[in-house]
Write a protein that binds this ligand. Structure first.
Ligand code: ZN
Ligand code: ZN
Length: 168
């Protein structure tokens, strides 16, 4: 999917698309995000905004996250809106991207073409919460034997379990 950014009509350009779960490729920097559990539907609108091109969009899907405490996968519904601005530099028609977050990569620009799926990918990564928990009261793993305390009770000292709670 490629959009020619030098040719956006003044009334804007809208597109709606669906990405299947196998579209997602794992990211080493965000390995708590394991993939998509359901197809992702997205809507994007591009329109000229002064010398820039605004990209407004929304997406919804269900992600597979890995719990920080017990390391088990769990499903997490994501539905989010976003707006970013792209600007075309005055020289050679190269594209420059102005974003509110400094750490966004510019992988979604290829010359004068935009790959909207890459924007969606960036937005998904940005939406991952600081702490991923399969449930609020996840008991995590036993620090002694490593068993999942949500599913089993081990016979290790219960003082470990208490201190685990207090530290988190
Ligand atoms: Zn958990
Ligand atoms: Zn144990």
């Amino acid at each position: 999917m490629r959009i020619d950014l030098t040719n956006i009509p003044s009334e804007g350009k809208s597109l709606h698309f669906t990405l299947t779960p196998d579209w997602w490729k794992s990211d080493l920097d965000e390995d708590r995000l394991m993939g998509l559990e359901a197809p992702l539907s997205a809507s994007i609108k591009l329109y000229p905004a002064g010398k820039k091109i605004a990209v407004e969009g929304s997406l919804s899907t269900r992600l597979v996250m890995r719990c920080d405490r017990c390391l088990e996968p769990y499903g997490w519904d994501l539905s989010t809106d976003f707006r970013i601005y792209l600007s075309i530099a005055p020289f050679k028609g190269e594209l420059d991207v102005e974003l509110s977050e400094d750490d966004l990569s510019l992988d979604f620009i290829d010359g004068e073409f935009l790959d909207p799926a890459q924007i969606i990918r960036e937005q998904i990564i940005l939406s991952v919460p600081m702490k991923t928990l399969c449930r609020k009261d996840c008991k995590g793993l036993c620090p002694v034997c490593g068993c999942n305390l949500n599913m089993t009770r081990c016979s290790c000292s219960s003082t470990y379990e208490t201190s685990l709670y207090q530290n988190s």
